[in-house]
Design a protein around this ligand. Structure first.
Ligand code: PHE
Length: 339
């Protein structure tokens, strides 16, 4: 056995090759499953015990020499060095993966819903493809009424009674039809308008609408609720209500918040007035209550609606609507502070 080991050691020592196939052959010959090393280890079992210690050492010497040879030849092998894995430490722990963030519009929607949920509003949902009744007629838009032109509507060709909802007020009608007051709900959702030239040029945007109906609800309740919202969301304590018109509210108003005129940017975004228009609102028209099965002599209420894109632009002074759709991570990453 000793002779064999010596002979193999000599062979291993002398072996030299650069191409991978030859090195692999060498490996199989000595270290393969049916290789010479395995034969020797089998033979080792049969030798007398008193020789085992010394033979064991010899055998290990050969094994180490074979391994060292294979390693040194492989390391010097150019083919090997240029393999895509060479130079990579595959045992290194991976770096932390990038964590995504919620889209700014989702963050703002959640924030607004949270603000209203703190004063008892719950969230209602409704379909995006709606019938004329819920989008218009039930909201006091008579057929052919010019007020329908306020919102450029997408109609469903196959069924002229169906439209893509132009506002979330449709959910108001559904909620009033389905339950009796007290009603205190907020309704977020996507809405569609066929507007070619406007800040909403993408034909779809998001609104949040609110509705509060109970006995004895007054304009003052609406004002306080909206003031609370302005304080919570914008941190601004001054609002004003300007008369406006919506078919479904009477009286109707637009709410502005006082933004201030402390910087050049304030001048720019408020067009020098200090005020920013935030939302539309009003006392629910008695006709609308009646149409949905609520007694206008017993109940009154207010509604308001705002565009999430617009509110988010004002909040973060985003000046191009396209930012919302491009999903540029450099933009999105700036909103990783919240929820
Ligand atoms: N639905 C109106 C719009 O889309 C907003 C609004 C809602 C106004 C509720 C008053 C009350 O412009």
């Amino acid at each position: 056995m000793q002779d064999k080991i010596n002979a193999y050691l000599g062979e291993v020592e002398a072996f030299d090759a650069t191409d991978e196939a030859a090195i692999e052959q060498f490996r199989i010959k000595f270290a393969g499953r049916k290789g010479l090393l395995n034969d020797l280890f089998e033979e080792f079992k049969t030798i007398p015990n008193d020789q085992k210690k010394i033979m064991g050492q010899e055998l290990n010497k050969l094994k180490t020499a074979v391994q060292a040879k294979i390693e040194s030849l492989s390391a010097g092998n150019d083919n090997h060095a240029s393999s895509p894995l060479s130079g990579l430490d595959l045992t290194r722990p991976a770096g932390a993966g990038e964590v995504g963030t919620r889209h700014p519009l989702s963050q703002v929607r959640k924030e607004i819903l949270d603000i209203f949920s703190r004063i008892g509003f719950t969230v209602e949902d409704g379909p995006e493809i709606e019938d004329d009744w819920h989008v218009f007629s039930g909201l006091n838009f008579p057929p052919e009424h010019p007020a329908r032109d306020m919102q450029d509507t997408f109609f469903i060709e196959k069924n002229p009674d169906m439209v893509l909802r132009t506002h979330t007020s449709s959910v108001q009608v559904r909620a009033m039809e389905n339950s009796q007051p007290p009603l205190r709900i907020v309704m977020p959702g996507r809405v569609f308008r066929n507007e070619a030239i406007s800040s909403r040029a993408h034909c779809q945007f998001h609104q949040i609408e609110g509705l509060y109906i109970d006995e004895g609800v007054s304009f003052a309740d609406m004002k306080q609720t909206l003031l609370y919202f302005a304080k919570e969301f914008f941190g601004k304590a001054k609002i004003r209500l300007r008369p406006s018109y919506f078919p479904f509210t009477e009286p109707s108003a637009e709410m502005d918040v006082y933004w201030g005129l402390n910087s050049e940017a304030d001048y720019r975004i408020t067009k020098g007035t200090g005020w920013l228009e935030i939302l539309g609102c009003g006392m629910v028209d008695p006709n609308v209550l009646q149409a949905s099965g609520i007694d206008p002599l017993k109940y009154s209420g207010f509604a308001f609606g705002m565009g999430i894109e617009r509110i988010t632009m004002l909040r973060y002074q985003i000046d191009d609507l396209r930012m919302y759709f491009e999903n540029d991570v450099r933009f999105l990453k700036q909103f990783n502070r919240l929820v």
